[in-house]
Ligand binder design. Structure first.
Ligand code: GUN
Ligand code: ZN
Length: 468
């Protein structure tokens, strides 16, 4: 597709180029013919100014159009693609990732809640936020929809670290006023929602940060808290505030919800009853979903986070991709790592598990579909598809660079893969941890595996001016 480039801003920053194989999506390959879904340039370039992409296309042709484009990072044998989008992850669970598994509810009580209670301590929260961001950037993830926990400290620590990198992130205070230990439990529904609103006013649209109203899941909120959370969400939905929660993850969880909310038709209806199901709602898991619920998720424009590593680890249910993507009522689906239920921070590794979960249902997810889910699909689930998740003029310049030679063996194996999607399928299926070699956030290379200082904050970069 021929894009209309953005004009150069003569008073803006110096131009930056990222050159190599470039892959980007413009439509959903689960719904639209494959040829109309993506652009791929064997020698492509992304041109960036002021943190935004101003042009994308064939390398030689575009370089000729920009005589002032001097600063170009060139990658051989790598794929330049939009930064990955993690639609559901708990940063506060990084300290307990890979704790011995059990069913969801036992695992929450035994490992998760005691860890989250530690986040009342701001120093602890700061330390974990720092580690978490490094993990994300190392894996090429540039946007995430993130659970903190009930303490305001956990929210401030998260957003402050995000501001240092200038990443586009979504988070908020987790609301939970019952069925959790006292040291995590909100003192009252009213107070908890007031704290959430205070944090919303502080963080929503501050730089690239976005706020979500986050009832943990129906069983850990009283009806009063869900009601007030729904009202808060509805008051701010037109300003782009999100609602983020868990839905239909495991059998025993669904049974529990039925007992706690006997008047509602199903789990989705519980959230809907309280005004929590709407066009900026993101539901994690959705493994065991009734047809009426899919219809509601479609009608409301909700996003769904598919978290296969976590679902397999906790023995939940199997996400039904082909139900979610039924053509007469498709649902927006992105990928989630769900750390610490998930066992790693890598979106490509989750793609490999998504493939296997799908194969158990006799459907396959090829690399074309998989990397759509990792990028533009995630942006669609978060209603950010005009902002991030694609490499095109006007988009924020968040980029991952995947090497096609992560190991000697992978390099050898690639010789037998023909086109780019065969190579990407090998990459995701081998599931190696070091496939991402560089990550750009708003045009700055904040992670570079080869650099002496692999991680850099936005303030570590000089402000260079355009000289036309
Ligand atoms: N449901 C409610 N809380 C959680 C959580 O922390 N992790 C997962 N996987 N499911 C949940
Ligand atoms: Zn979760």
């Amino acid at each position: 597709m021929a894009y209309t480039p953005l004009p150069i801003n003569p008073r803006g920053s110096a131009l930056k180029g990222v050159r190599g194989r470039v892959l980007t999506y413009k439509a959903d390959p689960f719904l639209v013919d494959a040829r109309d879904c993506y652009d791929y340039y064997e020698d492509g370039i992304v041109v960036i100014q002021d943190g935004r992409i101003i042009n994308v296309g064939p390398g030689e042709e575009i370089v000729r159009q920009y005589p002032r484009l001097q600063d170009i990072d060139t990658y051989a044998d790598a794929v330049i693609m939009p930064g990955f989008i993690d639609c559901h992850v708990h940063y506060v669970q990084a300290p307990m990732i890979a704790s011995f598994g059990d069913t969801l509810l036992d695992w929450l009580n035994k490992y998760t809640f005691p860890t989250e209670a530690k986040f009342a301590d701001r120093g602890f929260a700061d330390d974990v936020a720092k580690v978490f961001f490094r993990q994300l950037l190392e894996q090429g993830t540039t946007t995430a929809n993130v659970f903190s926990t009930s303490s305001a400290e956990s929210v401030d620590a998260f957003f402050e670290e995000s501001e240092r990198y200038d990443t586009r992130m979504i988070s908020g205070k987790v609301l939970m006023d019952r069925n959790v230990p006292d040291n995590l439990k909100d003192r009252s529904a009213e107070e908890s929602v007031a704290v959430s609103e205070r944090l919303l006013k502080k963080w929503h649209h501050r730089g690239r940060q976005l706020y979500a109203v986050i009832p943990r899941f129906a069983p850990t909120s009283t009806p009063k808290q869900l009601e007030l959370a729904g009202k808060l969400y509805q008051r701010y939905i037109d300003q782009g505030v999100y609602m983020h929660t868990h839905l239909d993850e495991a059998e025993n969880e669904i049974e529990w919800v039925k007992k706690l909310f006997p008047d509602q038709r199903d789990y989705t209806d519980v959230y809907k009853h309280f005004g929590l199901v709407d066009r900026r709602s993101v539901m994690a898991h959705c493994c065991i979903v009734r047809e009426e619920e899919w219809q509601t998720l479609h009608d409301s424009g909700c996003g769904v986070a598919h978290c296969p590593c976590s679902n397999l680890f906790l023995g939940d249910g199997q996400f039904k991709m082909w139900e979610a993507k039924r053509h007469d009522r498709p649902v927006r689906v992105g990928m989630g790592t769900d750390v610490g239920g998930g066992t790693n921070f890598s979106i490509p590794r989750n793609l490999s598990e998504a493939y296997k979960v799908s194969m158990l249902q006799h459907h396959s997810i090829d690399a074309l579909k998989a990397f759509y889910l990792a990028t533009r699909g995630g942006a669609e689930a978060l209603h950010l598809e005009d902002t991030v998740g694609s490499l095109a003029p006007g988009y924020e310049a968040d980029i991952a660079v995947l090497t096609l030679q992560p190991t000697e063996f992978a390099k050898w194996r690639m010789k037998f893969a023909d086109d780019i999607f065969e190579k990407l399928f090998v990459l995701m299926t081998l599931g190696l941890n070091d496939m991402n070699i560089a990550t750009y956030v708003a045009g700055r290379k904040v992670y570079d595996r080869e650099r002496d200082k692999p991680y850099m904050y936005a303030s570590d970069f000089p402000n260079t001016k355009y000289e036309g």
